[in-house]
Design a protein. Structure first.
Length: 367
């Protein structure tokens, strides 16, 4: 088990984005997002309650998750709702939240039983899925503002085989690292990472979404009228929780402010990653622009879309011809199989979540 973690404070970090895109599968320890201290849990002693609006509530061990159910494997990105928050706060307006750059994301192979199979064993009481949720909770560690962490997704999503929601036991072919939820976590592909609860110890079918503050009073795209914490109060209850993440792309190389010495050809290489919107993947096209978006040229997708995996990122590269000068800017945009195209007009929100403006590297000094 990975022991590179704190047991007293939350561990939050991201790698240089150039390092992040050096591998299709993200190396454990590159990106970490935690709301509280990281607990030590012995797999043999851990169990998960399955309860709520079910006919047969039960408690299940880690070994039973392995032995009772077919194990499924998916490749999925897991992205913080605040990925690219720094760009929102610097290009649009100040926001309230940790200053994540472009590296608050990971792309991994996850393995475990499908949540729908576990819920089938419990027997769903309600046939009216409207408004019903499956809530996930971790009571093993306190978090800021609460004694427990939780989140939820729509019951309909949890029961859809094509949604690939996992009770994950493995990451990249090995037991989950401690930092990423050992011995068991939820993985909800295409959805903000805050719903993929780590160290999960309770799964509850209920008539409404999770009551946890991170579901009700955080991770929402509040309207622009919510300009501070006081004015936001009237919007929390009427703004839906962020679930599906928007389509996105990032330029990993070069980075903002880089000095670029042009070779005789005048050509330089751009590299980056792109993510589909929700369940609309894979990304089928990445384009780059050197003229502020007036014209676009297709990049080469290096890996990801060939897997026909709708949940994973793609890595890409492009060769562009730059002119010498200061404060040059290059842009990227992605298109997915669902026809979603990355926007050039991102909308500001107080929490700085779901930023989906063009990928960019700006203030390049080209000599």
């Amino acid at each position: 088990m990975q022991l590179d973690h704190s047991v007293e404070e939350p561990l939050n970090r991201e790698p240089p984005v150039g390092d992040l895109v050096s591998s299709f599968f993200t190396i454990a320890g590159n990106y970490e997002r935690n709301h509280g201290p990281i607990p030590h849990i012995a797999a043999k002693d851990h169990s998960v309650k399955v309860n709520g609006l079910v006919d047969r509530p039960f408690k299940i061990s880690i070994e039973q998750f392995r032995s009772r159910y077919t194990q499924h494997e998916i490749i999925s990105a897991l992205q913080c709702a605040g990925n690219r928050r720094h760009t929102m706060r610097t290009l649009l307006k100040e926001v309230d939240g940790l200053d994540w750059g472009d590296g608050a994301v990971m792309n991994c192979k996850w393995r475990g039983p499908k949540l729908k199979d576990v819920l089938h064993d419990a027997g769903i009481k309600t046939h009216d899925l409207k408004g019903a949720h499956v809530a996930f909770a971790c009571h093993k560690t306190h978090v800021q503002g609460s004694d427990w962490y939780g989140g939820s997704i729509e019951l309909d999503r949890a029961l859809r085989d094509s949604a690939d929601v996992l009770v994950a036991l493995e990451m990249n072919g090995k037991p989950l690292p401690v930092n990423h939820g050992f011995p068991v976590r939820i993985i909800v592909p295409g959805v903000s990472g805050c719903r993929s609860v780590k160290w999960v110890d309770e799964i509850t079918v209920q008539s409404e979404e999770s009551r946890n503050l991170y579901q009700r009073y955080d991770y929402k795209r509040l309207p622009p009228e919510a300009t501070d914490k006081e004015s936001a109060k009237q919007y929390w209850d009427i703004t839906p929780a962020l679930q599906d993440m928007p389509i996105n792309s990032v330029i990993a190389e070069p980075r903002n402010g880089d000095l670029i010495r042009l070779p005789p050809s005048g050509l330089i290489e751009l590299k980056g990653y792109a993510l589909p919107q929700g369940d609309q993947g894979p990304v089928v096209l990445v384009e780059c622009s050197i003229d502020e978006g007036r014209t676009w040229e297709a990049a080469e997708i290096l890996s990801g879309n060939d897997l026909k995996a709708k949940w994973c990122w793609v890595l890409w590269k492009a060769t562009v011809r730059l002119q010498t000068g200061k404060k040059r800017r290059v842009l990227s945009r992605a298109t997915d199989a669902g026809g979603n195209v990355q926007t050039g007009r991102p909308v500001w929100n107080l929490r700085g979540v779901g930023y989906d403006g063009y990928g960019e590297s700006r203030d390049l000094n080209v000599v």
